[in-house]
Design a protein around this ligand. Structure first.
Ligand code: CP
Ligand code: NVA
Length: 307
């Protein structure tokens, strides 16, 4: 098993299922208000080089519910990679805290942080991927549908960090994944090839949105310009508008298709108000499950570290 949670591609199908089982257990305990101080006295350092609502709140609340505490380190606090070398930050924090969660720009920085940290590092999003999000998303689909087998999950939009984590997931767990992105905004070819080479899932790239979503069980989208791409936002709007998740596009999916979005959403851009508010939408279940799945990830990593 891995010391860190950096990419879904590093985790086997059985390990992923174990995390989902533990997530369900911890969620049930939380709902019953049953104390579950599995990480009593643990401390979690949360390094943020980018803004966040869900990731910060769900990790901070989650470790508290497990009997531990969190430190929020804002983009101004540490200056990871600018005020201090990434590897020095990792070695110093490992002397104080039991787990590190980091949201960074370059994926190479989180790899370096994990390499030099003696404690587990959890990826809270990089420019390349967002594994905790897709673990929460898949768990949410499981809750709503009972199984992921044969599910046609269509990601419409930018071939970004969210798309990459979905592709990583499809490498480990069998699904039918369709990525529908405009030309020049498609996901990383090596990520695609590696997942396809695992031979478990059908993974398609389809550029026509209607063809992509036909008979889909899940329609998923994300912002057109990610954090760090703000200056491209206006130009991207024109290119991405045909990929908007709206009620017309939904009409081509299965009649009970689920609508998902990692949030924050830009209503009127990648998704319409009507679509996100419709009975198909499970975006707030997804947001809630970030906390439950991340608690399971932290417990799993801590158990492994303690042998
Ligand atoms: N989905 C997600 O990671 O949200 P935040 O950017 O608010 O943490
Ligand atoms: N692709 C988005 C995801 C936000 C949770 C971003 O990186 O900004």
């Amino acid at each position: 098993m891995q010391k860190d949670f950096l990419s879904i591609a590093d985790w086997s199908r059985d390990e992923i299922n174990d995390i989902f089982d533990l997530t369900a257990d911890l969620k049930a305990k939380t709902k019953r208000r049953e104390k579950h101080h599995i990480l009593d006295g643990y401390s979690l350092a949360m390094i943020f080089a980018k803004p966040s609502a869900r990731t910060r709140i769900s990790f901070e609340t989650g470790i508290y519910q497990l009997g531990g505490m969190a430190l929020y380190l804002s983009p101004q606090d540490i200056g990871i990679g600018t005020r201090e070398a990434v590897k020095d930050v990792g070695r110093v924090i490992s002397r104080y805290n039991d787990i590190i969660m980091a949201r960074l720009f370059a994926h190479s920085d989180i790899l370096e942080l994990a390499e030099y940290s003696s404690v587990p590092v959890v990826n809270g999003l990089t420019d390349y991927n967002h594994p905790c999000q897709i673990m929460a998303d898949a768990f949410t689909i499981l809750e709503h549908r009972g199984s992921l087998d044969g599910m046609k999950i269509v990601y419409i939009g930018d071939g970004n960090n969210i798309a990459h984590s979905w592709i990583n997931f499809a490498g480990q767990v069998p699904i039918h994944l369709v990525i529908c992105s405009p030309q020049n905004y498609q996901p990383d070819p090596k990520t695609l090839k590696d997942a396809r080479d695992k031979g478990l899932s059908k993974i398609e790239l389809i550029s026509d949105p209607v063809a992509a979503v036909t008979d889909a069980d899940v329609l998923y989208t994300d912002v057109w310009a990610s954090m760090g791409q703000e200056e491209e936002a206006e130009a991207r709007k024109k290119i991405f508008m045909p990929y908007q998740l709206n009620m017309e596009l939904l009409s081509h999916a299965t009649s009970d298709a689920l609508i998902m979005h990692c949030l924050p959403a830009h209503r009127g851009e990648e998704i319409t108000d009507e679509a996100i508010e419709s009975k198909h939408s499970i975006v707030f279940d997804e947001a809630e499950n970030r906390m439950h799945v991340q608690k399971a990830i932290m417990v799993t990593l801590a158990r492994h570290l303690n042998g």
